[in-house]
Design a binder for this molecule. Structure first.
Ligand SMILES: Nc1ncnc2c1ncn2[C@@H]1O[C@H](COP(=O)(O)OP(=O)(O)OP(=O)(O)O)[C@@H](O)[C@H]1O
Ligand SMILES: [Mg+2]
Length: 267
């Protein structure tokens, strides 16, 4: 039976921390004993491999457009249940996924997914077809925002698009690069207010991650923050978010068994 929670990590504006937060959330859950798959779904400008300092032999492009099998291009980051699915950069077919390719990807991916507890999909910024598709197929969506006004307006545009096109009403919001819990709450309230007023839906605040120079250092050293500086403020925040996601998954188990890990979309 399927108990895999698929999580799409998205943002309207670029550079807000999607890749770092996906990676470190997956690290936190791995350390807590869960099996994770981290998918680089930024098929325009893949960079998870750079962040990790790894050189995978194949990527999702080879498995979709070439001869490789998906199971062969999975990169085992940790031997006991932390795999990475690397993406290719600069492949237009994958950046704007057609329904045919999307269905092919789903068909090949789905049999591999059941063994994981969590799947994190690190999406590209913005509203490409690929972003929309993965966001709609996932069981839950985490929209990453920062307290900057441009991040708020771009996230609202993304939520509105996903709501209009797919009828999605449930969004979790994670405020990154916040100075304090209060600043995070105030950024969340602004987005929540607009969503409530104009779309009649209310996102849920998952939590926040503080601005932390250790995170920038970890990026430069090509190491996950949780390994490089596990007791830094941002690492502690991410641990707390990981614990919340565990509870979220527990609360959803009855529903997860009734659906595919990634929900097929109408063509
Ligand atoms: N909490 C934080 N504290 C300090 N710096 C941060 C924090 N979060 C992100 N950053 C900075 O922002 C940069 C971009 O982060 P990241 O690559 O994770 O963003 P992204 O949303 O995945 O970007 P893109 O949209 O290009 O995929 C990091 O390299 C880091 O320097
Ligand atoms: Mg990224």
């Amino acid at each position: 039976m399927n108990s895999t929670l698929s999580v799409a990590v998205l943002s309207g504006k670029g550079g807000v921390g999607k890749t770092n937060i996906s990676l470190n959330l997956a690290c936190a859950l791995y350390q807590a004993g869960f099996k994770n798959l981290l998918m680089d779904c930024d098929m325009g400008l893949a960079n998870l491999d750079v962040l990790l300092g790894i050189t995978p032999e194949g990527n999702v492009q080879d498995a979709l457009l070439g001869e490789a099998r998906l199971s062969d291009v999975l990169y085992p980051l940790e031997p006991n249940g932390f795999d990475v699915l690397p993406a290719a950069s600069g492949v237009p077919e994958l950046n704007d996924l057609s329904p045919d390719l999307r269905d092919l990807l789903l068909q090949r991916l789905e049999p591999l997914l059941g063994k994981y507890d969590f799947i994190f999909m690190d999406l590209g910024a913005g509203i490409s077809e690929t972003v929309q598709t993965f966001a709609a197929m996932a069981a839950i969506r985490i929209v990453i925002i920062t307290p900057e006004p441009t991040s708020l307006t771009d996230s609202y545009a993304l939520v509105k698009l996903l709501n209009n096109r797919f009828g999605i009403r449930d969004f979790m919001v994670l405020v990154n690069q916040a100075a304090s819990a209060r600043e995070a709450q105030s950024a969340f309230e602004k987005l929540n207010g607009a969503c409530r007023h104009f779309l009649g839906l209310e996102p849920v605040l998952l939590g926040h991650v503080r601005t932390d120079k250790k995170l920038t250092e970890a990026v430069c050293r090509q190491q996950p923050l949780l390994r490089y500086a596990p007791s830094s403020p941002a690492a502690q925040d991410i641990q707390a978010l990981g614990a919340r996601l565990q509870r979220t998954r527990m609360g959803m188990l009855d529903w997860l068994v009734t659906r595919s890990v990634l929900q097929a979309l109408p063509r």
